[in-house]
Design a protein around this ligand. Structure first.
Ligand code: GTP
Ligand code: MG
Length: 325
């Protein structure tokens, strides 16, 4: 494509061969921008947006070219807008373990047994993301950060959010208002909720954190037995890819929980390479294993982090929330 031609592409409708109808189909499939398109797959475009395979391939190529290469000024803009930011957990020790807090453009999985603090941390992050940037959150003046909280187990407690909000001296009512809470009733529902998040963002919501507590419970309950294991894994991997894509495209953090008795081996056999080609190649996943320690403390162990050593941090859960010991 000539440079001149590229410069004119701003919206989906500007793409060659995309009329209002196709643009509409793309939007219904959750693709609102060239960036969204660039991280889609041919399969998605065919299955969900009803495009022909050839058209899908062509559009993908153009969008990736636009976003990823060539058009330098847009690329720079895209990247500067998407610098990695961090949300404090409320504990300096835990933040340090994670390299300075919970990162945007990344997915963090907390796993551990019952009562180990997975849900508490999800509540705390939903509050802390709303702190101003200088206090470890992602709110900007006149632009409060918002969280989407997807609850699969019925353990979300607004009363606990109020306590935690008071604990960081934020107004409890506005904190509650900036948490978009939704109960997911089965795995398909959970998947479809995640797919609707781009439309919330395009409506103007400033979503900087997605919590799913728990990401695995429905999948475990619905896909029982060895024969269903492959299908479960495939669906779960696709769900994770959807989440990583959101994290990357919208510069937000994703926190998911997973109840397990012991350190599982490869439960999330997520193939980083398959996540979305070159654009998502840098998408990062962190896994922390939580367990109960002495005197009501909690111990977090960082597992498999690509650039951080495997080590531990001790924190506690107090009336005000997650804190240092
Ligand atoms: P499962 O969902 O059952 O797998 O457990 P989980 O890992 O989500 O545990 P959760 O985050 O619910 O942790 C529960 C623990 O947090 C409790 O046992 C308490 O120790 C602590 N906790 C919860 N609420 C409060 C509170 O209001 N005050 C204090 N001090 N501690 C709390
Ligand atoms: Mg829980």
């Amino acid at each position: 494509m000539e440079e001149e031609e590229k410069k004119q592409i701003r919206d989906l409708e500007d793409l060659p061969g995309v009329g209002p109808k196709t643009a509409q189909k793309l939007r219904e499939a959750g693709i609102f921008s060239l960036e969204d398109l660039a991280v889609s797959s041919v399969h998605e475009l065919v299955e969900k947006a009803g495009l022909g395979e050839e058209t899908a391939k062509k559009l993908l190529e153009i969008a990736q070219d636009y976003v990823g290469q060539g058009f330098v000024s847009a690329y720079d803009f895209y990247n500067s807008r998407k610098a990695v930011e961090r949300i404090t957990t409320g504990s300096k020790a835990l933040d340090d373990l994670l390299g300075g807090g919970v990162e945007t453009q990344a997915l963090i999985e907390a796993f551990g047994e019952f009562g180990s603090g997975k849900t508490q941390l999800g509540h705390q992050l939903s509050v802390n993301v709303q702190l101003p940037k200088e206090r470890g959150g992602l709110s900007e003046p006149d632009k409060p950060a918002q969280a989407v909280y997807i609850d699969t187990e019925g353990t979300f407690r607004p009363e606990r959010i109020v306590q935690m909000a008071k604990g960081v001296e934020l107004d409890p009512d506005s904190v509650l208002k900036n948490i978009i809470f939704i109960r997911a009733y089965n795995s398909d529902h959970q998947i479809s909720i995640v797919k609707k998040i781009p439309s919330l963002i395009h409506e103007g919501k400033n979503i900087r954190l997605i919590v799913i507590d728990s990401i695995t419970a429905h999948f475990r309950a619905e896909y029982i037995g060895r024969s269903n294991l492959a299908e479960r894994q495939q669906k779960l991997n696709q769900h994770l890819r959807d989440l990583l894509k959101l994290a990357t495209v919208y510069n937000l953090a994703v926190y998911v929980t997973n109840q397990v008795m012991a350190k599982p081996e490869g439960f999330f056999a997520l193939d980083q390479q398959a996540v979305g080609g070159h654009i998502l190649a840098h998408a990062i996943t962190y896994r922390i294993f939580l367990r109960k320690g002495k005197d009501r403390t909690r111990i977090a162990r960082l597992i498999d982090a690509p650039h951080l050593p495997e080590r531990e941090a001790v924190f506690r859960i107090s009336e005000e929330g997650v804190r240092d010991v």
